[in-house]
Design a protein around this ligand. Structure first.
Ligand SMILES: [Zn+2]
Length: 160
């Protein structure tokens, strides 16, 4: 049964499915690297103690960032643009995706209820502009005015 599902899924979809299995997905790594480069370094990753195990957590600012794979979390943009959802076994996949989306919604709700700010960054957003994702996060951290300072500080070697 597993075999037949695999055989009917489009190559692009299969790729997103596979990338979801590893803990540090490629978009997540790209985002963390870009945050680091922009001087936004005070975060922890995959915080298990929080609902939904957010991928990137700025504890001091109470900001959680989820990096969502477009396929598994049902990115609306991608579902429209390319046909990410497999045509066969539609019921199976749809209920699976629906469960994921509900889980995401519940995690977001309980985080917000506990006073956290929650940001979702989609895989496709990171692919198209990781810089934009970084500036969204920096805005949420209220660091936007300081962004240029962070940049210029970066140009100076550490310890000076
Ligand atoms: Zn997407």
């Amino acid at each position: 049964m597993k075999k037949s599902i695999k055989a009917t899924v489009a190559p692009g979809t299969r790729k997103s499915m596979r990338s979801n299995r590893s803990r540090d997905t490629r978009p997540e790594l790209a985002l963390r690297r870009a945050l680091w480069g922009a001087g936004l370094r005070g975060f922890r990753k995959n915080l298990r103690t929080l609902p939904g195990k957010p991928d990137i957590v700025f504890t001091k600012h109470k900001l959680c960032v989820f990096v969502h794979g477009c396929f598994w979390h049902g990115c609306a943009k991608c579902a429209e643009r390319r046909n990410l959802r497999p045509a066969t076994n539609r019921d199976y996949w749809q209920s699976k995706l629906h469960t994921n989306q509900r889980r995401d919604a519940i995690a977001t709700e309980s985080l917000q209820g506990a006073g956290w700010q929650v940001l979702v960054v989609w895989e496709c957003e990171i692919k198209s502009s990781v810089g934009l994702a970084v500036s969204t996060i920096s805005q949420a951290l209220c660091l936007d005015q300081d962004a240029s300072q962070i940049q210029s500080r970066r140009a100076t070697p550490d310890g000076l």
